[in-house]
Design a binder for this molecule. Structure first.
Ligand code: KYN
Ligand code: ZN
Ligand code: ZN
Length: 208
């Protein structure tokens, strides 16, 4: 087994967020001087900041919240594939890739190169891709992108279709140094009872 590698974005006040969304902020709200013993921090952030998972409640009012998602899905074997700078991602991009038994699929696109700024354009997941992945048994789809739909999409077809096919979404991974292959993944969401998404600390290690 290889060493665990961090594939998460670092959370600090400079991390770019979805245009118009809550900026990330950490501050010591109760300092040593004041409390007499400790520094106590306060974090303000959108649930879709950096490396995070989407819960169906993000795009459907009666959808599952983060606490309702089976956490086992976010820990275990994962296949990393490399689809460099595609215009969009569809079935043709998986030609020659054996997906039998792959429950977690991470796609490295290298399309969001400067993670200090929010991208202007991203490749999207073609909605038909969801049924194909589900047929092969995929239940978690991870990407190095801030969304699975075009950034200006209001209908969010890929979000909905992935959800309809039972595929969970992991966004904002950092994969530019990760070679394609078989890994073990851990990217656990927080036990947020009401939330539509959660930041995760995503790590992987090579299996073979
Ligand atoms: N934060 C937002 C604010 C406004 C509108 C969309 C978003 C999103 O986050 C959508 C994206 N598809 C996402 O799941 O991360
Ligand atoms: Zn999201
Ligand atoms: Zn999303």
């Amino acid at each position: 087994m290889g060493n665990w590698m961090d594939i998460s974005q670092v959370l600090n006040d400079k991390i770019p967020v979805w245009p118009g969304d809550t900026p990330f902020e950490y501050k010591v709200s109760w300092g040593m001087e004041e409390s007499g013993s400790v520094n106590v921090g306060q974090v303000t952030m959108s649930t879709h900041t950096g490396t995070h998972i989407d819960a169906p409640f993000h795009f459907e009012n009666d959808g599952k919240k983060v606490i309702d998602l089976d956490f086992n899905l976010y820990i275990g074997p994962a296949l990393v594939i490399h689809v460099p700078k595609p215009a969009s991602i569809g079935v043709r991009d998986l030609e020659g890739i054996e997906l039998q038994g792959v429950k977690r699929l991470l796609i490295r696109t290298d399309s969001w190169t400067d993670k200090t700024v929010f991208p202007e354009n991203i490749p999207h997941i073609e909605p038909e891709f969801a049924a194909y992945l589900a047929e092969q048994g995929v239940q978690l789809l991870g990407l190095d992108l801030p969304s699975v739909d075009p950034l200006d999409s209001k209908e969010l077809p890929a979000h909905h279709e992935l959800n309809n096919q039972g595929i969970h979404i992991l966004e904002g991974l950092v994969l530019h140094k990760i070679e394609p292959g078989e890994y073990e993944l851990a990217a656990l969401p927080l036990p947020l009872e009401q939330a539509d998404g959660s930041p995760v600390r995503a790590v992987i290690r090579k299996i073979k």
